[in-house]
Design a binder for this molecule. Structure first.
Ligand SMILES: *[C@@H]1O[C@H](CO)[C@@H](O)[C@H](O)[C@H]1NC(C)=O
Ligand SMILES: *[C@@H]1O[C@H](CO)[C@@H](O)[C@H](O)[C@H]1NC(C)=O
Ligand SMILES: *[C@@H]1O[C@H](CO)[C@@H](O)[C@H](O)[C@H]1NC(C)=O
Length: 414
């Protein structure tokens, strides 16, 4: 899963390897011997089987079966109404401060440690909490479809975009910490594995050299990466978030902060593209119509007035900006103390090879994805697999050029 359209056409990336970047083709020996390579996949997105084996419904099972989800105007007034329930939402936030969600999650995680810990050595608690918080509770494009974005909450049936994304992220962070605590206290010593989480991160660069855009870029990074990594590494949200979001940003108690801080053995990063950032902090309408994305006082762009960030791909939101992954790795290294990193979803290997030279602590790389699959709100139309799946002919698989390239790349050379 990735940001926005959840599309990445691996093919276009391979074309990039061949035509744009490579003075010489990279090969396996550009990476350390103990570097992990693989592909991402997802049971939910490949298998379906939503009702097999006693599985209960997930938010996506419900969400993807609501008829007329996008166009149903009759209920959009509920979203508007919700938007004005600020006081109630503050109470909601306090209620969610109770322990029950975290306990349920920690119990679920512990069951997994017990059943599979003899074989699983890398545990990943969550996938892309930023996407869930923003797409699920700010834009409402993903399950569970909450939002209150004005002026056109066309498909928002319920939600509060100014508050809910922060509650969701807060619960993600605390739930990870609770699971990691159990793992470390009871299982890690015996099973010898490690535990981390996955964050999705664009690389963000200032649209112009002005002070305002440079400061806005740091803010935008705080609101995307720092939202999660600051608590995990330093025990609290970035100061830019605290000052701009104010009372709507939940707080960690001292005990929670201590549990959250240092709770990652590694971080997984899903990275696909780079955007420009322009300052938008003086925009009056955004200050009034708050939502989690507007709070950063910045806009992300693909064009800065003179240059596009990169060549467009068939994926509407992915632009070819190969240097981004290297810059992002260096940013995490400098700001977050060289935490071990796995690239858990991406399509860009070439400039990652340089990260080792930069002394970044990157441990592995996983292409998204093994098979064409159900790409969330894009359905089956976004074909992100190394293998093409013929949905009309018994789900037959065909290797794409990217599969051949990757296989060749991984082949031992001596
Ligand atoms: C692999 O890359 C390295 C470093 O770029 C180069 O020295 C080596 O010749 C390459 N090996 C093959 C088999 O292409
Ligand atoms: C846009 O970005 C490019 C580099 O990506 C830079 O050379 C150019 O000066 C920027 N344009 C403006 C208007 O700052
Ligand atoms: C201010 O924000 C609104 C809402 O996001 C946007 O439509 C508008 O274009 C922005 N104004 C400027 C000057 O960027």
């Amino acid at each position: 899963m990735a940001l926005k359209n959840d599309i990445i056409l691996i093919l276009s990336v391979v074309v990039l390897f061949e035509t744009q970047l490579c003075t010489s083709e990279i090969n396996r020996s550009d990476f350390p011997n103990d570097f992990y390579f693989g592909t991402g996949s997802s049971a939910t997105q490949c298998e379906g089987a939503a009702k097999e084996d006693g599985k209960g419904p997930s938010v996506w099972d419900t969400f993807s079966h609501i008829p007329g989800r996008v166009t149903d105007l009759s209920t959009s007034d509920i979203g508007v109404d919700q938007y004005h329930r600020y006081q109630e939402d503050i109470q909601l936030m306090k209620d969610l401060g109770t322990n029950s969600y975290r306990k349920d999650y920690a119990n679920f995680a512990e069951t997994c440690f017990q059943k599979f810990g003899d074989r699983v050595k890398f545990w990943i608690t969550m996938n892309e909490p930023y996407t869930v918080a923003v797409q699920g509770y700010d834009f409402g494009r993903h399950a569970p479809g909450h939002c209150s974005l004005l002026p056109s909450p066309l498909f928002c049936k319920i939600g509060n975009s100014a508050i809910e994304p922060y509650i969701v992220a807060h619960n993600f962070i605390r739930s990870h910490a609770a699971a990691a605590d159990i793992y470390r206290k009871k299982y890690k010593g015996i099973q010898g594995g490690s535990i981390g989480t996955i964050l999705n991160a664009l690389w963000l660069v200032p649209a112009t050299n002005t002070e305002r855009d440079i400061v806005a870029t740091q803010r935008a990074r705080d609101f995307m990466i720092g939202w999660f990594l600051d608590p995990f590494v330093f025990g609290d949200y970035p100061s830019s978030m605290k000052s701009r979001v104010g009372i709507r940003l939940p707080k960690f108690s001292e005990a929670e902060s201590a549990l959250v801080k240092g709770s990652l053995d590694f971080v997984g990063i899903n990275h696909f593209t780079t955007y420009y950032v322009k300052d938008d902090s003086l925009n009056i309408s955004k200050r009034i119509l708050k939502d989690a994305l507007a709070d950063n006082g910045a806009v992300v762009l693909t064009f800065n007035g003179t240059h596009f960030i990169g060549e467009m791909t068939n994926s509407l939101w992915v632009f070819i900006a190969p240097e981004g992954i290297r810059s992002l790795m260096n940013y995490i290294k400098l700001k977050y103390g060289n935490l071990p990193i796995f690239i858990t979803e991406s399509g860009n290997l070439q400039s990652l090879a340089f990260c080792a030279i930069d002394g970044c602590n990157v441990k592995g790389y996983f292409v998204w994805a093994l098979l064409d699959n159900w790409e969330w709100d894009n359905g089956y139309s976004a074909r992100t697999g190394l293998y093409y799946v013929d949905y009309t002919d018994n789900l037959k698989r065909y290797p794409k050029k990217s599969a051949v390239w990757y296989k060749n790349f991984l082949k031992p050379t001596n």
